[in-house]
Design a protein around this ligand. Structure first.
Ligand SMILES: [Mg+2]
Ligand SMILES: [Zn+2]
Length: 350
């Protein structure tokens, strides 16, 4: 699925025109189109962040008859090519002439259309507009955050109170909004990280998942010591499943990497094989000549030369100060495991 930044057109991408009596109107031909500041940069940034850029616009001028369909098409094609917009969807209706359509914002027909055409994950997408009806559209479609573009004006605040509709942010232009979206996305993705070294999908590789915030994509697969994230960007790392599948050298490298990713005061929650219990179980299995638990054989053969003392040394060497052992240290925050006797639970603070 794709995520999108949905943009209103007039007042967001191009300047609004005013009739002599002060009424707002949309450009009726190419000559009247004036692109606003930082629009091209903003759209470029959205695309770099991995978003589709989709414009949803009400153009009732077509219904009123002062905007020709061909001219609208011409303007939209120009904006698409000039700015690298993926698609522009227009509602050309007005209730006075067409009755109720399902695409006139704040209805969500245009967003639904885009969702089908581009396989958009709307709940993880954003809406940007200059009018409260754009914000309302975003809320109706259940987008992640809404942005009103422009300055905070008294009359707009008054209208917000009247309608009880509030944008999540009011910001001056698309470039600043791109910064904000980047910030939102990075914080959510990187505040907490769950490491899983897994045979699925790729053997001995790592995937990340965020245990506290939903709808976070698993967007990289790599060796755990190569995590593609910024130093000092994480509050918590929870290393649960399969980290004991690493060799001692790999474990060593991984802990060093984890330490560099954590902020000062950040915590690592680590699950480490309880070799005593595992050895005992292994003996039982050997005596029973049962091969019920082949993964225990594997785990133990990998870790039996690797004592808990070694783990503590690696942790200390990698810049962790306080080391605590015990299941309750895990459970206070995250853990819900069935095989507790096979593991020792360690919480360390950088
Ligand atoms: Mg507008
Ligand atoms: Zn419509």
């Amino acid at each position: 699925m794709n995520r999108a930044v949905f943009l209103d057109r007039d007042g967001v991408i191009n300047k609004i025109l005013y009739e002599p009596d002060g009424n707002i109107m949309a450009p009726a031909n190419l000559e009247q189109v004036k692109i606003l500041d930082n629009v091209k940069e903003g759209i470029q940034r959205f695309k770099e962040l991995g978003f589709k850029v989709i414009v949803v616009t009400n153009q009732p001028g077509v219904a009123f008859g002062y905007l020709k369909k061909e001219k609208l098409q011409e303007i939209n094609n120009f904006l698409k090519n000039e700015l690298g917009i993926d698609e522009i969807y227009s509602c050309t209706h007005h209730p006075k002439f067409d009755g109720e359509c399902n695409c006139r914002k704040p209805k969500i027909g245009l967003i639904e259309q885009a969702k089908n055409d581009f396989d958009i994950d709307v709940e993880n997408s954003y809406m940007v507009g200059d009018n409260l009806s754009d914000i309302e559209t975003g809320k109706n479609a259940n987008v992640k955050k809404t942005f009103r573009i422009g300055i905070i004006r008294d009359d707009m605040i008054q209208l917000q109170h009247e309608k009880n509709i509030y944008p999540d942010f009011t910001l001056p232009d698309l470039s600043v909004i791109a910064d904000k979206i980047k910030n939102i996305e990075e914080r959510e993705r990187f505040d907490n990280l769950q490491l899983c070294v897994s045979s699925d999908p790729i053997e001995d590789y790592l995937y990340q998942n965020n245990v506290q915030l939903k709808n976070i994509e698993l967007d990289f697969i790599c060796d755990p010591w190569n995590l593609p994230m910024k130093d000092n960007s994480l509050n918590n790392i929870i290393a649960l499943d399969g980290i004991s599948d690493l060799s001692k050298e790999e474990f060593d490298k991984t802990i060093k990497k984890i330490s560099s990713l954590l902020k000062i005061g950040g915590k690592l929650y680590l699950k480490y094989p309880n070799l005593k219990v595992l050895s005992k179980r292994l003996n039982e299995i050997i005596n029973e000549t049962s091969k019920d638990e082949p993964e225990l054989f594997q785990l133990l053969s990998r870790w039996k030369l690797f004592s808990l003392q070694n783990v503590h040394e690696i942790l200390k060497k990698s810049g962790f100060s306080k080391i605590m052992e015990g299941k309750e240290n895990f459970e206070e925050k995250f853990l819900n495991t069935q095989q507790e006797q096979y593991y020792i639970y360690i919480k360390v603070i950088k």
